[in-house]
Design a protein around this ligand. Structure first.
Ligand code: UD1
Length: 369
Protein backbone atom coordinates (compact mmCIF):
# COMPACT_ATOMS: atom_id res chain seq x y z
CA UNK A 1 0.00 0.00 0.00
CA UNK A 2 1.44 3.37 -1.04
CA UNK A 3 0.73 6.15 1.47
CA UNK A 4 0.40 9.74 0.28
CA UNK A 5 0.45 12.64 2.75
CA UNK A 6 -1.97 15.15 1.22
CA UNK A 7 -1.62 18.59 2.76
CA UNK A 8 -4.22 21.36 2.98
CA UNK A 9 -3.94 24.51 5.07
CA UNK A 10 -5.65 27.57 3.69
CA UNK A 11 -8.85 28.33 1.80
CA UNK A 12 -7.51 28.03 -1.76
CA UNK A 13 -6.11 24.57 -1.04
CA UNK A 14 -9.41 22.86 -0.31
CA UNK A 15 -10.96 23.07 -3.78
CA UNK A 16 -7.71 21.81 -5.30
CA UNK A 17 -7.35 18.77 -3.03
CA UNK A 18 -11.04 17.72 -3.16
CA UNK A 19 -10.97 16.24 -6.70
CA UNK A 20 -7.56 14.64 -6.09
CA UNK A 21 -8.91 12.75 -3.06
CA UNK A 22 -11.87 11.69 -5.15
CA UNK A 23 -9.66 10.48 -8.01
CA UNK A 24 -7.60 8.34 -5.59
CA UNK A 25 -10.70 6.22 -4.89
CA UNK A 26 -10.30 4.08 -7.98
CA UNK A 27 -6.86 2.84 -6.87
CA UNK A 28 -6.95 0.17 -4.17
CA UNK A 29 -3.19 0.17 -3.62
CA UNK A 30 -3.01 3.88 -2.73
CA UNK A 31 -3.93 5.48 0.57
CA UNK A 32 -4.22 9.27 0.68
CA UNK A 33 -3.90 10.60 4.24
CA UNK A 34 -5.45 14.05 4.55
CA UNK A 35 -3.56 16.44 6.83
CA UNK A 36 -4.98 19.91 7.61
CA UNK A 37 -2.35 22.25 9.02
CA UNK A 38 -4.92 24.67 10.49
CA UNK A 39 -3.44 27.75 8.76
CA UNK A 40 -7.04 28.78 8.17
CA UNK A 41 -9.36 27.81 11.01
CA UNK A 42 -12.47 30.05 10.82
CA UNK A 43 -15.60 28.15 9.89
CA UNK A 44 -16.13 30.18 6.71
CA UNK A 45 -12.49 29.94 5.60
CA UNK A 46 -12.22 26.21 6.25
CA UNK A 47 -15.05 23.94 7.56
CA UNK A 48 -17.59 25.17 5.08
CA UNK A 49 -15.45 23.91 2.17
CA UNK A 50 -15.21 20.45 3.69
CA UNK A 51 -19.01 20.30 4.01
CA UNK A 52 -19.81 21.65 0.56
CA UNK A 53 -17.13 19.83 -1.42
CA UNK A 54 -17.71 16.54 0.39
CA UNK A 55 -14.15 16.39 1.63
CA UNK A 56 -13.85 13.82 4.39
CA UNK A 57 -12.77 14.94 7.84
CA UNK A 58 -8.96 15.35 7.88
CA UNK A 59 -7.12 12.34 9.24
CA UNK A 60 -4.90 14.77 11.14
CA UNK A 61 -5.40 18.40 12.15
CA UNK A 62 -2.24 20.24 13.20
CA UNK A 63 -3.93 23.39 14.52
CA UNK A 64 -1.05 25.78 13.75
CA UNK A 65 -3.22 28.91 13.37
CA UNK A 66 -2.07 32.41 12.40
CA UNK A 67 1.30 34.04 12.94
CA UNK A 68 4.13 35.74 11.12
CA UNK A 69 5.42 33.93 8.05
CA UNK A 70 8.32 32.37 9.94
CA UNK A 71 6.13 31.40 12.89
CA UNK A 72 3.46 29.83 10.73
CA UNK A 73 5.96 28.01 8.49
CA UNK A 74 7.98 26.77 11.45
CA UNK A 75 4.93 25.52 13.35
CA UNK A 76 3.79 23.47 10.34
CA UNK A 77 7.31 22.07 9.85
CA UNK A 78 7.69 21.00 13.48
CA UNK A 79 4.26 19.40 13.63
CA UNK A 80 4.61 17.60 10.31
CA UNK A 81 8.11 16.36 10.95
CA UNK A 82 6.72 14.63 14.04
CA UNK A 83 3.89 13.09 12.00
CA UNK A 84 6.31 11.81 9.34
CA UNK A 85 8.79 10.42 11.87
CA UNK A 86 6.11 8.68 13.91
CA UNK A 87 4.63 7.16 10.76
CA UNK A 88 8.04 5.79 9.79
CA UNK A 89 8.66 4.47 13.33
CA UNK A 90 5.30 2.67 13.23
CA UNK A 91 6.25 1.06 9.92
CA UNK A 92 3.63 3.09 8.06
CA UNK A 93 5.94 5.51 6.25
CA UNK A 94 4.69 8.02 3.74
CA UNK A 95 5.86 7.25 0.22
CA UNK A 96 5.14 10.73 -1.08
CA UNK A 97 3.96 14.19 -0.06
CA UNK A 98 1.32 15.90 -2.20
CA UNK A 99 1.08 19.69 -1.87
CA UNK A 100 -1.07 22.14 -3.82
CA UNK A 101 -0.78 25.86 -4.52
CA UNK A 102 1.53 28.35 -2.89
CA UNK A 103 0.48 29.10 0.68
CA UNK A 104 2.77 28.91 3.70
CA UNK A 105 1.54 25.40 4.50
CA UNK A 106 2.62 24.25 1.02
CA UNK A 107 6.16 25.49 1.57
CA UNK A 108 6.43 24.23 5.14
CA UNK A 109 5.22 20.72 4.32
CA UNK A 110 7.66 20.54 1.41
CA UNK A 111 10.62 21.54 3.57
CA UNK A 112 9.72 19.04 6.30
CA UNK A 113 9.30 16.19 3.79
CA UNK A 114 12.40 17.01 1.74
CA UNK A 115 14.63 16.85 4.85
CA UNK A 116 13.27 13.38 5.60
CA UNK A 117 13.77 12.37 1.96
CA UNK A 118 10.08 11.91 1.30
CA UNK A 119 9.54 12.70 -2.41
CA UNK A 120 7.31 15.72 -3.06
CA UNK A 121 4.71 16.25 -5.79
CA UNK A 122 3.64 19.87 -6.31
CA UNK A 123 0.27 20.51 -7.91
CA UNK A 124 0.23 23.94 -9.59
CA UNK A 125 3.98 23.90 -10.16
CA UNK A 126 5.88 26.33 -12.37
CA UNK A 127 3.74 29.43 -11.89
CA UNK A 128 5.91 32.53 -11.52
CA UNK A 129 4.99 36.18 -11.03
CA UNK A 130 8.72 37.05 -10.97
CA UNK A 131 7.87 39.29 -8.03
CA UNK A 132 9.63 38.10 -4.91
CA UNK A 133 7.87 40.68 -2.77
CA UNK A 134 4.90 38.27 -2.86
CA UNK A 135 5.21 35.63 -0.15
CA UNK A 136 3.54 33.16 -2.50
CA UNK A 137 6.33 33.59 -5.10
CA UNK A 138 8.94 32.62 -2.52
CA UNK A 139 6.78 29.65 -1.56
CA UNK A 140 6.44 28.57 -5.21
CA UNK A 141 10.17 28.79 -5.99
CA UNK A 142 11.27 26.80 -2.96
CA UNK A 143 8.49 24.22 -3.29
CA UNK A 144 9.27 23.57 -6.95
CA UNK A 145 12.99 23.32 -6.41
CA UNK A 146 12.47 20.59 -3.79
CA UNK A 147 9.78 18.65 -5.68
CA UNK A 148 10.55 15.70 -7.94
CA UNK A 149 7.13 15.71 -9.60
CA UNK A 150 5.97 19.03 -11.00
CA UNK A 151 2.31 19.00 -12.02
CA UNK A 152 1.56 22.07 -14.10
CA UNK A 153 -1.70 23.87 -14.92
CA UNK A 154 -0.72 26.00 -17.95
CA UNK A 155 2.04 25.90 -20.62
CA UNK A 156 3.94 28.93 -19.30
CA UNK A 157 4.51 26.95 -16.09
CA UNK A 158 6.36 24.29 -18.10
CA UNK A 159 8.48 26.97 -19.79
CA UNK A 160 9.32 28.56 -16.42
CA UNK A 161 10.43 25.25 -14.94
CA UNK A 162 12.59 24.42 -17.95
CA UNK A 163 14.18 27.87 -17.79
CA UNK A 164 15.10 27.07 -14.17
CA UNK A 165 16.82 23.90 -15.35
CA UNK A 166 14.19 21.35 -14.35
CA UNK A 167 14.38 18.24 -16.56
CA UNK A 168 11.41 17.16 -18.70
CA UNK A 169 11.24 13.92 -16.71
CA UNK A 170 9.93 15.74 -13.63
CA UNK A 171 7.34 17.89 -15.43
CA UNK A 172 3.75 16.97 -16.43
CA UNK A 173 1.26 19.40 -17.92
CA UNK A 174 -1.95 18.12 -16.29
CA UNK A 175 -4.30 21.11 -16.47
CA UNK A 176 -6.13 22.99 -13.77
CA UNK A 177 -7.47 20.91 -10.91
CA UNK A 178 -9.38 23.80 -9.34
CA UNK A 179 -11.51 23.91 -12.49
CA UNK A 180 -12.45 20.25 -11.87
CA UNK A 181 -14.20 21.43 -8.71
CA UNK A 182 -15.74 24.44 -10.43
CA UNK A 183 -17.24 22.37 -13.24
CA UNK A 184 -18.52 19.77 -10.78
CA UNK A 185 -20.26 22.38 -8.63
CA UNK A 186 -21.42 25.16 -10.94
CA UNK A 187 -24.90 23.88 -11.76
CA UNK A 188 -25.66 23.20 -8.09
CA UNK A 189 -24.20 26.60 -7.16
CA UNK A 190 -26.48 28.43 -9.57
CA UNK A 191 -29.54 26.94 -7.83
CA UNK A 192 -28.64 28.71 -4.58
CA UNK A 193 -30.81 31.57 -3.40
CA UNK A 194 -27.97 34.01 -2.72
CA UNK A 195 -28.74 36.35 -5.63
CA UNK A 196 -32.33 36.87 -4.59
CA UNK A 197 -31.33 36.97 -0.91
CA UNK A 198 -29.01 39.90 -1.71
CA UNK A 199 -31.44 41.56 -4.12
CA UNK A 200 -29.17 40.98 -7.16
CA UNK A 201 -30.09 40.07 -10.74
CA UNK A 202 -28.05 37.67 -12.87
CA UNK A 203 -25.54 39.54 -15.08
CA UNK A 204 -26.20 42.84 -13.36
CA UNK A 205 -23.66 43.18 -10.58
CA UNK A 206 -19.96 43.26 -9.86
CA UNK A 207 -18.22 40.86 -7.42
CA UNK A 208 -15.18 42.20 -5.55
CA UNK A 209 -12.56 40.36 -3.50
CA UNK A 210 -9.38 42.01 -2.25
CA UNK A 211 -6.98 40.67 0.35
CA UNK A 212 -3.40 41.15 -0.83
CA UNK A 213 -1.16 43.35 1.28
CA UNK A 214 -0.30 45.40 -1.86
CA UNK A 215 -3.94 46.51 -2.15
CA UNK A 216 -5.23 46.57 1.39
CA UNK A 217 -2.32 47.49 3.66
CA UNK A 218 -1.79 51.11 2.44
CA UNK A 219 -4.50 53.60 3.34
CA UNK A 220 -4.13 55.62 0.13
CA UNK A 221 -4.52 52.71 -2.30
CA UNK A 222 -7.38 51.18 -0.34
CA UNK A 223 -9.09 54.58 -0.20
CA UNK A 224 -8.94 55.01 -4.01
CA UNK A 225 -10.30 51.50 -4.56
CA UNK A 226 -13.16 52.21 -2.17
CA UNK A 227 -13.89 55.48 -4.05
CA UNK A 228 -14.10 53.64 -7.40
CA UNK A 229 -16.32 50.92 -5.97
CA UNK A 230 -18.70 53.53 -4.54
CA UNK A 231 -18.90 55.31 -7.93
CA UNK A 232 -19.31 52.13 -9.97
CA UNK A 233 -22.03 50.82 -7.67
CA UNK A 234 -24.32 53.59 -8.93
CA UNK A 235 -24.33 51.90 -12.38
CA UNK A 236 -23.66 48.30 -11.32
CA UNK A 237 -24.36 47.02 -7.78
CA UNK A 238 -21.23 45.77 -6.02
CA UNK A 239 -21.08 42.70 -3.77
CA UNK A 240 -17.94 42.41 -1.66
CA UNK A 241 -17.27 39.38 0.58
CA UNK A 242 -14.55 40.68 2.90
CA UNK A 243 -11.49 38.65 3.94
CA UNK A 244 -10.64 39.08 7.66
CA UNK A 245 -7.39 40.93 6.85
CA UNK A 246 -9.24 43.39 4.59
CA UNK A 247 -12.01 44.01 7.13
CA UNK A 248 -9.37 44.83 9.73
CA UNK A 249 -7.68 47.31 7.38
CA UNK A 250 -10.93 48.96 6.20
CA UNK A 251 -11.94 49.42 9.80
CA UNK A 252 -8.54 50.76 10.82
CA UNK A 253 -8.50 53.32 8.00
CA UNK A 254 -12.11 54.42 8.64
CA UNK A 255 -13.18 53.07 5.23
CA UNK A 256 -15.76 50.52 6.32
CA UNK A 257 -18.46 53.11 6.98
CA UNK A 258 -18.19 54.79 3.52
CA UNK A 259 -18.67 51.36 1.92
CA UNK A 260 -21.46 50.28 4.26
CA UNK A 261 -23.37 53.48 3.66
CA UNK A 262 -23.24 53.25 -0.17
CA UNK A 263 -26.78 52.19 -1.18
CA UNK A 264 -25.71 49.66 -3.85
CA UNK A 265 -22.70 48.10 -2.13
CA UNK A 266 -23.43 44.79 -0.37
CA UNK A 267 -20.76 43.77 2.15
CA UNK A 268 -20.58 40.12 3.16
CA UNK A 269 -18.51 37.89 5.40
CA UNK A 270 -16.36 35.42 3.38
CA UNK A 271 -18.77 33.02 1.67
CA UNK A 272 -18.85 29.27 1.26
CA UNK A 273 -17.75 27.73 -2.02
CA UNK A 274 -21.18 27.29 -3.59
CA UNK A 275 -22.60 30.68 -2.61
CA UNK A 276 -19.47 32.35 -3.90
CA UNK A 277 -19.52 30.38 -7.15
CA UNK A 278 -23.19 31.25 -7.52
CA UNK A 279 -22.21 34.92 -7.33
CA UNK A 280 -19.16 34.77 -9.59
CA UNK A 281 -20.72 32.55 -12.25
CA UNK A 282 -23.61 34.99 -12.75
CA UNK A 283 -21.71 38.27 -12.35
CA UNK A 284 -21.20 40.89 -15.09
CA UNK A 285 -17.63 41.45 -13.89
CA UNK A 286 -15.25 40.39 -11.14
CA UNK A 287 -12.66 42.67 -9.51
CA UNK A 288 -10.03 40.76 -7.59
CA UNK A 289 -6.44 40.28 -6.51
CA UNK A 290 -6.87 36.54 -5.95
CA UNK A 291 -4.88 34.08 -8.06
CA UNK A 292 -7.58 31.44 -8.09
CA UNK A 293 -10.33 33.81 -9.09
CA UNK A 294 -8.41 34.92 -12.19
CA UNK A 295 -8.56 31.29 -13.28
CA UNK A 296 -12.15 30.69 -12.23
CA UNK A 297 -13.40 33.77 -14.09
CA UNK A 298 -11.48 32.64 -17.19
CA UNK A 299 -13.14 29.22 -17.01
CA UNK A 300 -16.54 30.89 -16.50
CA UNK A 301 -15.87 33.40 -19.36
CA UNK A 302 -16.70 36.28 -16.99
CA UNK A 303 -14.61 39.51 -17.30
CA UNK A 304 -12.02 39.77 -14.52
CA UNK A 305 -10.20 42.98 -13.60
CA UNK A 306 -7.15 41.96 -11.65
CA UNK A 307 -5.67 44.43 -9.18
CA UNK A 308 -2.08 43.30 -9.59
CA UNK A 309 1.02 44.50 -11.45
CA UNK A 310 1.81 40.98 -12.62
CA UNK A 311 0.35 37.52 -12.66
CA UNK A 312 1.80 34.05 -12.30
CA UNK A 313 -1.18 32.84 -14.36
CA UNK A 314 -0.56 34.60 -17.70
CA UNK A 315 -2.94 32.42 -19.69
CA UNK A 316 -5.83 34.14 -17.89
CA UNK A 317 -4.75 37.36 -19.66
CA UNK A 318 -3.56 36.01 -23.03
CA UNK A 319 -6.43 33.56 -23.60
CA UNK A 320 -8.82 34.26 -20.77
CA UNK A 321 -10.99 37.11 -19.57
CA UNK A 322 -8.57 38.80 -17.18
CA UNK A 323 -6.84 42.18 -17.51
CA UNK A 324 -4.12 43.39 -15.17
CA UNK A 325 -4.99 46.82 -13.76
CA UNK A 326 -1.87 47.16 -11.60
CA UNK A 327 -2.70 48.98 -8.41
CA UNK A 328 -4.39 51.82 -10.29
CA UNK A 329 -7.97 52.60 -9.35
CA UNK A 330 -8.14 54.85 -12.45
CA UNK A 331 -7.25 51.96 -14.78
CA UNK A 332 -9.80 49.79 -12.99
CA UNK A 333 -12.44 52.43 -13.57
CA UNK A 334 -11.64 52.59 -17.32
CA UNK A 335 -12.06 48.84 -17.74
CA UNK A 336 -15.22 48.80 -15.64
CA UNK A 337 -16.59 51.38 -18.05
CA UNK A 338 -15.73 49.05 -21.00
CA UNK A 339 -17.58 46.21 -19.29
CA UNK A 340 -20.61 48.40 -18.68
CA UNK A 341 -20.53 49.63 -22.32
CA UNK A 342 -20.17 46.04 -23.61
CA UNK A 343 -16.82 46.68 -25.32
CA UNK A 344 -14.61 44.57 -23.00
CA UNK A 345 -12.67 41.68 -24.62
CA UNK A 346 -13.95 38.08 -24.79
CA UNK A 347 -11.90 35.11 -23.66
CA UNK A 348 -11.79 31.34 -23.98
CA UNK A 349 -11.22 28.46 -21.57
CA UNK A 350 -7.65 27.07 -21.86
CA UNK A 351 -6.88 23.51 -22.95
CA UNK A 352 -6.87 20.89 -20.17
CA UNK A 353 -9.08 23.00 -17.92
CA UNK A 354 -11.62 20.32 -18.65
CA UNK A 355 -12.73 18.79 -15.35
CA UNK A 356 -10.31 15.84 -15.57
CA UNK A 357 -7.05 17.24 -14.20
CA UNK A 358 -7.30 15.26 -10.94
CA UNK A 359 -7.40 11.96 -12.84
CA UNK A 360 -4.22 12.95 -14.71
CA UNK A 361 -2.62 14.05 -11.43
CA UNK A 362 -3.34 10.79 -9.59
CA UNK A 363 -2.15 8.75 -12.58
CA UNK A 364 1.12 10.70 -12.50
CA UNK A 365 1.42 10.29 -8.71
CA UNK A 366 1.07 6.53 -8.92
CA UNK A 367 3.42 6.19 -11.86
CA UNK A 368 6.10 8.22 -10.05
CA UNK A 369 5.78 6.55 -6.64
C1 UD1 B 1 -3.32 33.10 2.78
C2 UD1 B 1 -2.29 32.81 1.70
C3 UD1 B 1 -2.70 33.46 0.39
C4 UD1 B 1 -4.11 33.07 0.00
C5 UD1 B 1 -5.03 33.42 1.16
C6 UD1 B 1 -6.47 33.05 0.87
C7 UD1 B 1 0.02 32.61 2.49
C8 UD1 B 1 1.35 33.26 2.47
N1 UD1 B 1 -0.98 33.36 2.05
O1 UD1 B 1 -3.31 34.50 3.01
O2 UD1 B 1 -1.82 33.04 -0.63
O3 UD1 B 1 -4.49 33.76 -1.17
O4 UD1 B 1 -4.59 32.69 2.31
O5 UD1 B 1 -7.30 33.45 1.91
O6 UD1 B 1 -0.08 31.46 2.86
N2 UD1 B 1 -7.37 34.88 9.77
C9 UD1 B 1 -8.62 34.71 10.31
N3 UD1 B 1 -9.17 33.46 10.25
C10 UD1 B 1 -8.55 32.40 9.69
C11 UD1 B 1 -7.27 32.59 9.15
C12 UD1 B 1 -6.70 33.86 9.19
O7 UD1 B 1 -9.22 35.62 10.82
O8 UD1 B 1 -9.13 31.30 9.66
C13 UD1 B 1 -6.76 36.24 9.80
C14 UD1 B 1 -5.70 36.36 10.86
O9 UD1 B 1 -5.77 37.64 11.42
C15 UD1 B 1 -4.39 36.22 10.09
C16 UD1 B 1 -4.78 36.86 8.75
O10 UD1 B 1 -6.16 36.50 8.56
O11 UD1 B 1 -3.32 36.83 10.71
C17 UD1 B 1 -3.95 36.34 7.62
O12 UD1 B 1 -4.05 34.91 7.51
P1 UD1 B 1 -2.86 34.07 6.82
O13 UD1 B 1 -3.22 32.63 6.75
O14 UD1 B 1 -1.57 34.42 7.47
O15 UD1 B 1 -2.79 34.66 5.37
P2 UD1 B 1 -3.94 35.11 4.35
O16 UD1 B 1 -3.87 36.58 4.22
O17 UD1 B 1 -5.26 34.46 4.66
Amino acid sequence: MKRFACIVGARPNFMKMAPILHAFKKYEDAQPVLIHTGQHYDKNLSDVFFDELNIRKPDLFLGVGSGTHAEQTAKVMVALEKVFMEAAANLKPFHRLVVVGDVNSTLAATLAAAKLQIPVAHVEAGLRSFDRSMPEEVNRIVTDSLSDLLLVSEPQGVANLKAEGQPDSKIRLVGNVMIDTLLAQVEKARQRSILSDLGLRSGEYCVVTLHRPSNVDQQESLQSLVDVLRRVSEALPVVFPIHPRTRERLQGFGLLEPLESAPHVVLQEPLGYNDFLSLTSQARVIVTDSGGLQEESTALLIPCLTMRENTERPITVTEGTSTLCGSSAAVLEQYLEQVIQGTYKHGQCPALWDGHAAERIVDALLQAT
